[in-house]
Ligand binder design. Structure first.
Ligand SMILES: Cc1cc2nc3c(=O)[nH]c(=O)nc-3n(C[C@H](O)[C@H](O)[C@H](O)COP(=O)(O)O)c2cc1C
Length: 321
């Protein structure tokens, strides 16, 4: 399928996840079959004020294509300015965050607060679209709360403003991430209301769910976030289910450990061992889920300072099936 003029060879995308889906993780997921990835969200204000920290998040490698840079902000001019700067990092797509529920984002009218203001959503898309010559997409939620279910309206306005695709997480801002189930009907309603591709998101954690949501909503792609944590091979499993109707790959414990080590090594290579190991800890805890003695292993992993210490920890892990 195509988003604008960008070809996406497959149906599974990795969700943008601040503090988690960095270059190391995105590359790993692409290795396992993710057909599209998006950067962690980047502040349009930060970028336009030349913040190194914000700009660093926009680095994309050749091993993770096609890839989008995701910007958040509520001022169309600042978003347009940030998009110009984002272009220096050669993204294939610019994605606009209209779904983040965090109070520090919504309090300034950004992220999911935009779902309360469909006209502003359109103005932002229009401003960014006018500025860049690559596809522009939006990532929305069902709405702000149950009294403000605006997904269909926002989707239509964004399409008219020039958006090239829409990702929808089928929960309102009030519903955050859990425990309410994702509303597949709102995803279907968005799909039926626009002509551009629609990407379904929320709680897609197994090949069966992936296949069911595609069938139910007729969405063009699916986007996977938490289901990939400590589990990057989910893309391979879903792809193989969608293509051949079966799940052909279940990693052994020793394979999981190998991938965990490679992942941690990659983070250290990209960020230096000091920051890298600190950031790797949460991933290590996710990989260790389901292992015998996982609680104490996770406890130990939360104190890891060096890659060498991780290798030592791995020697204690029971990998018998
Ligand atoms: C740790 C974390 C960080 C996230 N950061 C972002 C982000 O930067 N931009 C964004 O649009 N969504 C972000 N999200 C939301 C996800 O992209 C996704 O919409 C949500 O987790 C639902 O999908 P899932 O059930 O597959 O995880 C984040 C989610 C998590 C768990």
């Amino acid at each position: 399928m195509f988003i604008g003029n960008v070809e996406i060879k497959g149906k599974t995308a990795l969700a943008p996840m601040a503090g988690v889906a960095d270059m190391a993780f995105r590359e790993l997921c692409v290795n396992y079959g993710a057909s599209y990835v998006v950067s962690e969200m980047v502040s349009s204000k930060g970028v336009s004020y030349d913040s190194y920290k914000s700009k660093e998040l926009m680095n994309l490698s050749d091993k993770e294509r096609p890839a989008g840079v995701q910007l958040f902000g509520s001022d169309p001019d600042t978003m347009a300015k940030a998009s110009v700067i984002a272009m220096e990092y050669s993204p294939d797509i610019i994605d606009i965050n209209m779904g983040c529920p965090a109070p520090k984002i919504t309090s300034s009218g950004c992220g999911s607060a935009l779902m309360k203001n469909p006209d502003l959503c359109g103005k932002i898309v229009e401003a960014v679209k006018k500025t860049v010559n690559i596809p522009v997409t939006v990532k929305i939620r069902k709405g702000w709360d149950n009294n403000t279910v605006t997904a269909v309206e926002v989707a239509k306005i964004c399409e008219s403003a020039g958006a090239d695709a829409i990702t929808i997480h089928g929960r309102t801002r009030q519903q955050q991430y859990t425990p309410n189930t994702v509303d597949w009907d709102i995803i279907k309603a968005v799909k039926n209301s626009v002509k551009i591709p629609v990407i379904a998101n929320g709680d897609i954690t197994t090949p069966q769910i992936a296949s069911d949501i595609i069938e139910y909503t007729n969405c063009d792609m699916i986007m996977i976030g938490r289901g990939a944590l400590g589990n990057p091979w989910i893309f391979y499993q879903i792809n193989s289910w969608l293509e051949y109707g079966r799940d052909s790959f279940v990693p052994t414990k020793s394979e999981k450990i190998k991938v965990m080590l490679n992942h941690a090594k990659k983070i250290c290579d990209y960020k230096g061992e000091n920051i890298g190991m600190r950031e790797a800890r949460k991933h290590i805890a996710w990989y260790l889920k389901g292992f015998r003695g996982a609680a104490s292993l996770r406890n130990e992993s939360s104190r890891l300072e060096t890659f060498e210490q991780l290798i030592e920890l791995c020697k204690k892990i029971d990998i018998s099936e």
